[in-house]
Design a protein around this ligand. Structure first.
Ligand SMILES: Nc1ncnc2c1ncn2[C@@H]1O[C@H](COP(=O)(O)OP(=O)(O)OP(=O)(O)O)[C@@H](O)[C@H]1O
Length: 251
């Protein structure tokens, strides 16, 4: 029988993926457990990331190691993804931000949590509600992208909603970076996937851009309250969950 990987090792790997430490005055207000704080893509939320939760609860060294659900797994192994700040293709991320947006933690969001106080669930629930009820902008431009008008909704994932954007101005090609039509994925800055800044998915796309089955990302950046990923409209969009991405990268 092949030896399965232990929870401890997986736990370390998950730790590697965490964004850099927050300044003390920001980090202490977060309600997540200090150990194995991972972005939701790795961990909790809608069932996909149950693995990471199990890993985080790993037994203490004195107790004989018992494999967690994550350890049994389905063959998917967590691996490191490049932790460098995400880059925008082809333009730098953000709307004139002086530093990579990926490392920028919204102090405002933390202040909201302090003011509301009380139950963590209540606070998180409020942020989620805000994230799901805030209307997406009518027009979008991120980086040096053309201006796109939001049209019909393409779908909704665990971390955001996706709309078709139709180019209004600023381009001439039918496809590519200034395509006539793009898929725009909106994630509210207060949504659970954006606790540490831009969605971790952005980094994953930077790594996988151009791989078979992965829609090209033309631009990404923040506009108002939303992180926006602008990508090729794909007829064969495959649902990308974090673990399947890891498998893709490894194999
Ligand atoms: N580039 C695209 N082209 C066409 N349809 C898309 C595209 N991106 C997303 N969609 C549609 O929107 C839905 C939600 O997309 P999203 O990327 O959020 O899915 P997901 O990978 O399942 O979500 P998440 O990573 O947030 O859990 C998809 O299931 C698909 O129907």
């Amino acid at each position: 029988m092949p030896e399965l990987r232990s929870g401890a090792r997986r736990s370390k790997r998950l730790g590697d993926l965490q964004p850099g430490p927050l300044p003390a005055d920001q980090g202490e207000n977060w309600v997540q457990p200090a150990q194995n704080r991972t972005r939701r893509r790795v961990g909790g939320g809608r069932g996909r990331g149950g693995n990471a939760t199990a890993v985080g609860k790993g037994p203490s060294p004195a107790v004989p190691t018992r494999r967690t659900a994550a350890g049994r797994g389905r063959g998917a192994r967590l691996i490191d993804l490049d932790p460098e700040p995400c880059e925008v293709l082809p333009e730098p991320v953000g709307l004139g931000a002086p530093e990579p947006v990926y490392n920028h933690v919204e102090v405002v969001a933390n202040n909201n949590i302090v003011m509301e106080g009380g139950s963590a669930d209540k606070v998180a629930g409020g942020a989620e509600e805000e994230a799901s009820t805030t209307p997406v902008p009518e027009r979008v431009q991120v980086g040096n992208s053309p201006v796109y008008k939001i049209e019909r909704k393409l779908g909704k994932g665990g971390f955001g909603q996706v709309y078709v954007g139709r180019r209004m101005s600023g381009g001439s090609d039918r496809t590519g970076p200034d395509a006539i039509e793009v898929a725009l994925k909106f994630e509210h800055r207060n949504s659970k996937g954006c606790n540490y800044g831009p969605p971790y998915e952005w980094q994953v796309y930077s790594t996988l851009n151009g791989c078979y089955g992965i829609p090209w990302v033309h631009y990404k950046g923040r506009q108002g309250d939303f992180y926006i990923l602008m990508r090729h409209v794909s007829k064969t969009h495959i649902s990308i969950c974090w673990l399947s991405i890891c498998c893709l990268k490894e194999n």
